[in-house]
Design a protein around this ligand. Structure first.
Ligand SMILES: C[S@@+](CC[C@H](N)C(=O)[O-])C[C@H]1O[C@@H](n2cnc3c(N)ncnc32)[C@H](O)[C@@H]1O
Length: 278
């Protein structure tokens, strides 16, 4: 009879040999999902009759990962900030770098503040802000019907009270807000082919592609954002590595002067926080 440790180690080796970069982490997450516990917790256990089913499930999951399916899509979950979010191939997987938005804005939140997350995808940014202060009024917007229904699922699961708007940028939005956060698509045309194969194959391209220089969607956002900010309103944009100079020019062109840039953990500018002038 095999024990769980040898099963885990053999599957971890299989993932490594299949060229999976995050084989250790993937093997652990898949194991935990299949057995309902971490590998360390269960190392000594033999695989008994009743856990054979779980062992088969684990093997099937590993086979999917070995051919490139993202772990988050297999376990339908990705952790972001302080919560786990349901994800599948219809939305972008929440990325750790986007947690910088929460870090920078969480202390700006006040009771009754109106907050819009535009291009909400899974809802990870807006919902994480709501969990920091449930007394904000949160709106989640996206042009993708599938993203909106998935963000609704996450909002229900995480008990976040929010309103949903299907809108191409501001086209269907009349109100003004105190804070607008956004992580719109920003991958430039020439960078697209350098994305990891599994991103190209399994993540929605409309959540990634930002036109020739990556800023097409962000420029359109800048054209509309001022009309949707309350007095003293703030907006925050995540952008790609190396796009800060171009973005600075766009902000100046749009008459935004109260601008602060923030660096990610790799010391690269990734976020801009802008205060409305008047
Ligand atoms: C980079 S993903 C970010 C998703 C999520 N906010 C996150 O950080 O994980 C960009 C999102 O913007 C949405 N989007 C793209 N173009 C849009 C547009 N013109 N209007 C509204 N949403 C848009 C996509 O559907 C996608 O959900």
């Amino acid at each position: 009879m095999k024990n769980k440790q040898s099963l885990f180690l053999s599957k971890k080796k299989l993932l490594k040999e299949a060229g999976c970069d995050d084989y250790e982490d993937s093997a652990k997450r898949l194991f935990s999902k299949a057995f309902g516990m971490s590998p360390v917790q269960s190392y000594k256990d033999q695989i008994h009759e009743r856990s054979n089913e779980k062992a088969s499930l684990f093997s099937e999951m590993v086979s999917c990962r070995a051919v490139g399916v993202p772990t988050s899509h297999i376990v339908c979950s990705r952790s972001f900030w302080k919560n786990d979010f349901y994800v599948d191939g219809t939305v972008l997987d929440p990325r750790p770098e986007s947690e910088l938005i929460i870090d920078v804005t969480k202390n700006l939140l006040f009771d009754g503040m109106t907050v819009l997350d535009i291009g909400c995808g899974s809802g990870c940014i807006g919902i994480s802000l709501y969990k920091e202060n449930p007394n904000i009024t949160l709106f989640l917007a996206d042009f993708s019907k599938k993203a909106l229904s998935l963000s609704k699922k996450n909002a229900e699961e995480l008990q976040a009270d929010c309103k949903f708007i299907r809108s191409d940028l501001f086209s269907n939005i009349d109100s003004k807000f105190d804070l607008i956060v956004t992580n719109l698509p920003y991958i430039a045309k020439d960078d697209f082919c350098y994305l990891q194969k599994e991103i190209i194959l399994y993540e929605p391209h409309e959540a990634l592609y930002g036109g020739q220089h990556g800023l097409d969607m962000i420029k359109l956002f800048l054209d509309g954002v001022n009309r949707h900010l309350n007095k003293n309103g703030i907006f925050v944009i995540e952008f790609g590595k190396g796009q800060d100079f171009l973005l600075k020019e766009e902000l100046i062109r749009s008459n935004f002067n109260k601008v602060s840039f923030y660096k990610d953990l790799n010391n690269v500018n990734r976020l801009v926080c802008v205060k409305k002038d008047t």
